[in-house]
Write a protein that binds this ligand. Structure first.
Ligand SMILES: [Zn+2]
Length: 193
């Protein structure tokens, strides 16, 4: 079991070695998911496994389990043997824990979206904390992802997506955000119908 302290990854220089930065990215994403969800039970997050055995992508998703005492996060791929334990994440900017645990505004509904939309939402940098939590609390469901959002939250997410899609310098990223925006907007119309 691979145990690591997140604090050792926080100050990696942006021109540091790529494998270390990729690992730091992955650990940060896992901490966001595990802290956005409730502690004490394992659940399958929307995060894809990043391993590429034999150069083809592992199809697995990351299962997370967070305990409060001690404060640690166990994670593992539901397809391959990749797994680990993360400590030292409390109080870092990846820590998305709610001030009032167990309350999830808007979580009475869920919207099924594609993996591509879920991945695009995770790249947004301007989300408020509540929206960020719901993006990371998303659960893998079949081929897609269940986003725990009611109409009001979905509308907020569409707004953030639209704002960021308008301001990205990269054409490729803009197209990706535009596709996600089209899919989420149509989900929102269906919800309101
Ligand atoms: Zn895997």
């Amino acid at each position: 079991m691979y145990v690591c302290d997140l604090r050792h990854f926080l100050d990696l220089p942006s021109d540091g070695p790529a494998p270390a930065r990729n690992l730091a990215d992955q650990l940060g994403e896992i901490v966001r998911a595990a802290t956005a969800g409730d502690p004490g039970a394992a659940w399958v997050s929307a995060l894809p496994c990043r391993r590429r055995p034999g150069r083809s992508r592992c199809p697995g998703r990351i299962v997370v389990f967070r305990s409060e005492l001690p404060a640690q996060i166990e994670w593992g791929c539901d397809s391959c043997a990749d797994e680990g334990v993360i400590t030292g994440w409390e109080g870092t900017h990846f820590d998305l824990r709610e001030p009032h645990p167990g309350q999830h505004p808007g979580a009475s509904h869920e919207v099924l979206v594609s993996d591509e939309v879920a991945a695009a939402l995770r790249t947004l940098r301007l989300l408020d904390l509540e929206c960020e939590r719901l993006v990371y609390r998303s659960i893998a469901l079949g081929d897609g992802v269940a986003l725990p959002a009611d109409e009001e939250r979905l509308d907020e997410l569409v707004g953030y997506l639209a704002a960021e899609a308008n301001h990205v310098p990269s054409r490729r990223r803009q197209q990706r955000l535009d596709r996600a925006l089209a899919e989420l907007s149509s989900a929102l119309r269906e919800m309101g119908a």
